[in-house]
Design a protein around this ligand. Structure first.
Ligand code: ADP
Ligand code: MG
Length: 236
């Protein structure tokens, strides 16, 4: 679904992406896992079109998206600090993308109801974002990103600002959402346990390069090198 071929991105003389290539299969939930500064966000932002690599090619669903702006890529995005529309209810936040696309009212109602049920917010339609917990807000963000049926869902440390218990809870919601909606999902995280728990594929990044790509089992049982072994080793 997504192919990154030979991507380079320099900030000054620092290589954030160093001739990086990666294929992300359709329908997978792939984690980009690595220490802080390894290039995870730069890679995700390049897939989103928020950053332009200096060289290399990125294709989404077979289409070269080089130079295509984010709003013309078929993607949904959730960041760590999600900007909800404060003056809109949960329902209207999730419906927003459908309304600007002028979808029929009954279609919007059904879509919003279905998504809010999947993320466990069906009783919260008429609340405002300020009346939700941090975990509930991120679940609303997931529903909103998925409302317009994007081909690709991009998540950059979406649970990073929340406490450990809530983060664990959100992993379960993400897994459940992915099992129901089957959208190709890329999750950036520096949390080994999160990647091992939620992803079906993990790409381990280090210094702008991919050290290994595989299932959680592959990486855990057969780490390709010392970096992967020591990075995955001390799982709490
Ligand atoms: P990660 O998400 O893995 O923590 P990033 O992709 O955010 O890593 O950043 C990789 C490196 O590139 C970091 O060392 C960061 O300081 C640098 N970097 C990222 N964005 C910029 C920018 N806009 N300007 C300068 N340096 C940047
Ligand atoms: Mg980052």
């Amino acid at each position: 679904m997504i192919s990154v071929i030979g991507a380079n991105k320099n900030f000054g003389d620092f290589a954030a992406l160093d001739n990086l290539s990666l294929d992300i299969p359709s329908g997978s939930l792939t984690a980009l896992l690595g220490p802080s500064g390894s290039g995870k966000s730069t890679l995700l932002r390049s897939i989103a079109g928020l950053e332009n690599p200096d060289s290399g090619t990125i294709t989404i669903a077979g289409k070269d998206v080089t130079g295509v702006p984010p709003q013309k890529r078929d993607i949904g995005f959730v960041f760590q600090h999600y900007a909800a529309f404060k003056h809109m209810t949960v329902r209207d936040n999730v419906a927003f993308g459908l309304k600007i696309r002028k979808r029929p009212k009954n279609e919007i109602t059904k879509k919003v109801n279905d998504l809010l049920e999947i993320v466990g917010l069906d009783g919260f339609q008429h609340r405002y974002p300020a009346q939700l917990s941090g975990g509930q807000r991120q679940r609303m963000a997931l529903a909103r990103a998925l409302a317009v049926d994007p081909q690709v869902l991009l998540l950059d440390e979406p649970f990073g600002a929340l406490d450990a218990k809530v983060r664990e809870d959100l992993r379960t919601w993400l897994r459940r959402l992915h099992d129901e909606v089957h959208v190709t999902t890329v999750l950036v995280t520096h949390d080994q346990a999160e990647a091992l728990d939620v992803a079906d594929r993990i790409a381990v990044l280090n210094k702008g390069r991919i050290e290994q790509v595989g299932t959680p089992r592959d990486l855990y049982d057969r780490p390709a090198n010392n970096f992967v072994m020591s990075f995955l080793g001390p799982v709490a």
